[in-house]
Structures are given as structure tokens and as C-alpha cells.
Design a protein around this ligand. Structure first.
Ligand SMILES: *Cc1c(COP(=O)(O)O)cnc(C)c1O
Length: 381
């Protein structure tokens, strides 16, 4: 990934003056810091950042500058990076399945918060991690929907198993806590309602009072023009339901957003390689690149078309089939994308809300995927 040293006033300025042939990812630190401050002010507990969603060091540094001092990490690499960039920050090692070498690495790095969702993995932690002052959060799952895709398919114990695990955690001398993830891009706040009430049920079943309840990531970013996420409404619901469900025994709350924090701080400019016979649009980025998520969680319609001279194309809107640059036929955006009717070869399609699961999962398949990262004061065009 190349890095532009200039700080641009907005994406159009770079596109017009440089006319880049590779995809450009625009990063607006002011947007990231404003979102972080909104979470810190609005969420009724500790805000941590899920590093996997975008591990760029500039992202971590800007989050730290905005006051984020906890991180959800999933691997020795992420642990070492955060220890280097934010030595004082709390690390929550919330990948519930770990090799013994990974556990040993985290113990040496003085990680004191872990998650678990099975008896076998808990046995490993009890064997290898000193209990003193150390927290283990039991991760549970429910068959609820509301998210763009279901996170319970891989991780999470049932309510009954979670109660057994919470009891074992407490008996082994660890600080007992609970954690869940409602699924990414969760636009239905009632998912949190159901999960928080189930957390209280787990405490009742086990006879253990949880010290903390981590309500996961899943906070939505703005992907569709018609669906603007309301974070404050989600925060208010979490706060109210936690008190209703737990009463006097309400645990301290934690959240670990990835997408909700970083998504809106980036926009992607992909260049139009061709408009084939006035129908299909071919871009220089696609589902093996920064648009990898779209087939899984749906298209982003917050797009603008910018001509090479910087003019915004406004020739009405027409739904187009859009392909990425590789020779693989799955390299196609889902459905059709509404694009300016006068879109032409050499134009740029600017996708908003591209900060999460984009640069982090970009591949170099078929020789594509070389992108430029550029800092910009604003993402407005
Ligand atoms: C991926 C992940 C997150 C972040 O999820 P988002 O939907 O991006 O907010 C948080 N916690 C855990 C344990 C995760 O695996």
C-alpha cells in the first residue's frame, strides 16, 4: 500500500490533480476522532476498539489521541502492535479459541482479560494463566437476528453452557464476566435487548454475579442513504435494559466496536476502467480488493461519480451491474448499483463508509490490489 504524504482538503482535490490509476483509500482523521468521542461520551461504559476491523497504525494512533484506551485483540501480532503503539492500554484477548503458544505469548505480554466459550478452552486458560487479578469473560450466543450476518455460527456458548462456564471461572479464582457479539452491522437495537436479558439469566442460573458485561461490536456504520444509524438510541437502550435486567447487580459495561468506530472515517475511490457497450461498469477494485465485504453484507449505495476534471457527474441515476478488475466471475458487486447515468471511462466511483474490513482484507489476487492511502481533511465531495 502506497502512502500519499500530502494532506488533501477532500478526495476530489487528489483525484483531479493526480488522476490516479490505482484505487485510493481516503482517511479523514477528524471524522475518526469525532466518532470516537461520540462513543466515549454516549456509551454508558468503557469503549474499546476491535483492532481487526482496521489495524492501520494511523487509525490506532488517532483513536488513542481521541481517548480510546482499550483494545480487543485476537492474535499475538495485534497484541504486540498495541503494546508498542499504546503501552498503557487495556488488552482484551477476545478470540475464544487459542493455541497454547498464543496463550503463552499473551501471558508474557501481561494480558489480563480473556474470553472463552467452551469447557476445553477454559481448561487451557486455567492451566496456563495466573488467576490473580485476571478476568475471563464467558461468551454466549442467542438465535437472534438483526445483524448483517450471524456471528453466533462460529463462537458463543448456549445460555446453559455459559452458566456452567461462569461458575467454573469464578471457582477457579478468576474475575467472572460476560461477553457477546450481536453480529456485525446490527441495525436492530432489540438484538442488544435480548442479549443483555440473557446475560442476567446466565448470572441467575450460575449464582455468579458478573463483574463486567461486554456488549460486543456490531454497531452499524452508514452504508445506505436510506438507513442512517442512530448510535445514541442504541446506547440509551443498552443503558436502560442493563438496569432493568440486572437491577442492583448491574455489571460495568464495555463495548468493542470495530465497524461503528472506523467505518465512516474512510472513503474508497475506484476508477472506471471501462463501460462495456454502455452497460456493465468495470472498476479497478472489487470483491478481491477493498470491496470484499459487499457480497456478504450487501452493497453500499452512498456513492458519487467524479469525472477526471473533478466535476460531480449528475446525469440522473441508472442501475448498473458493476464488476471488479480480476478475471474471476464472482468479482462482481451484489445486485445493481445506482450510478450517474453519464458515467464514463476514466471516472472515479467514490464509496463512503469504507473504513472497516476493507484494507484489512484486501488481497493481491490476479495482480491487483495495489492501493494508495491518502489523508484528507474532509470526505465531502
Ligand atoms: C470482529 C469483532 C468485533 C468487532 O465487530 P464489528 O461488527 O466490526 O463492530 C468485536 N468483538 C469481537 C470479539 C470480534 O470478533
Amino acid at each position: 500500500m502506497g502512502l500519499s504524504k500530502t494532506i488533501w482538503s477532500n478526495p476530489t482535490e487528489l483525484l483531479r490533480t493526480q488522476q490516479p490509476d490505482n484505487p485510493v483509500m481516503f482517511f479523514a482523521p477528524t471524522v475518526l476522532q469525532a466518532t470516537a468521542r461520540r462513543f466515549i461520551a454516549g456509551f454508558p461504559g468503557l469503549v474499546t476498539y476491535a483492532v481487526k476491523s482496521n489495524p492501520d497504525e494511523m487509525v490506532i494512533q488517532n483513536l488513542v489521541a481521541a481517548g480510546i484506551n482499550g483494545f480487543d485483540v485476537a492474535s499475538p501480532f495485534e497484541i504486540d502492535m498495541i503494546r508498542r503503539l499504546a503501552p498503557q492500554a487495556a488488552l482484551h484477548y477476545h478470540n475464544p479459541v487459542r493455541a497454547r503458544a498464543e496463550i503463552a505469548h499473551a501471558v508474557a505480554a501481561e494480558v489480563t482479560s480473556w474470553s472463552v466459550d467452551s469447557h476445553s478452552e477454559l481448561a487451557k486458560l486455567i492451566e496456563m494463566v495466573p488467576a490473580e487479578g485476571c478476568e475471563i469473560s464467558v461468551r454466549y450466543k442467542l438465535p437472534v437476528s438483526g445483524a448483517a450476518y450471524n456471528f453466533g455460527a462460529k463462537f458463543g456458548a448456549t445460555v446453559e453452557t455459559a452458566a456452567e462456564l461462569l461458575r467454573k471461572v469464578a471457582d477457579a479464582g478468576f474475575i467472572p464476566s460476560l461477553t457477546f457479539h450481536p453480529g456485525t452491522q446490527c441495525t436492530d437495537p432489540m438484538a442488544w435487548d435480548a442479549y443483555i436479558r440473557a446475560g442476567a439469566e446466565i448470572c441467575r442460573l450460575s449464582g455468579v454475579q458478573a463483574r463486567r458485561l461486554n456488549v460486543g461490536g456490531g454497531f452499524p456504520s452508514h452504508r445506505l442513504n436510506a438507513v442512517a444509524p442512530d448510535l445514541d438510541a442504541i446506547f440509551a437502550l443498552i443503558d436502560r435494559v442493563a438496569t432493568e435486567a440486572f437491577g442492583e447487580a448491574r455489571p460495568a459495561l464495555v463495548c468493542e466496536p470495530g465497524r461503528g468506530l472506523v467505518g465512516d472515517a474512510f472513503a474508497l475511490a475506484a476508477r472506471v476502467k471501462a463501460v462495456r457497450d454502455d452497460s456493465h461498469v468495470f472498476l479497478n477494485d472489487g470483491t478481491y480488493g477493498n470491496l470484499v465485504e459487499l457480497p456478504m453484507i450487501g452493497v453500499i449505495d452512498r456513492v458519487s461519480v467524479i469525472a477526471p476534471d473533478g466535476r460531480l457527474r449528475d446525469g440522473g441515476s441508472r442501475d448498473r451491474i458493476v464488476f471488479g478488475p480480476t478475471c474471476d466471475s464472482v468479482d462482481r458487486l451484489p445486485g445493481e448499483l445506482p450510478l450517474a447515468g453519464d458515467i464514463a471511462e476514466g471516472d472515479y466511483v467514490l464509496f463512503h463508509g469504507m473504513g472497516a474490513y476493507s484494507t484489512a482484507t484486501n488481497t493481491r489476487f490476479n495482480g491487483f490490489g495495489d492501493i494508495l492511502l491518502a489523508t484528507t481533511l474532509s470526505l465531502k465531495v
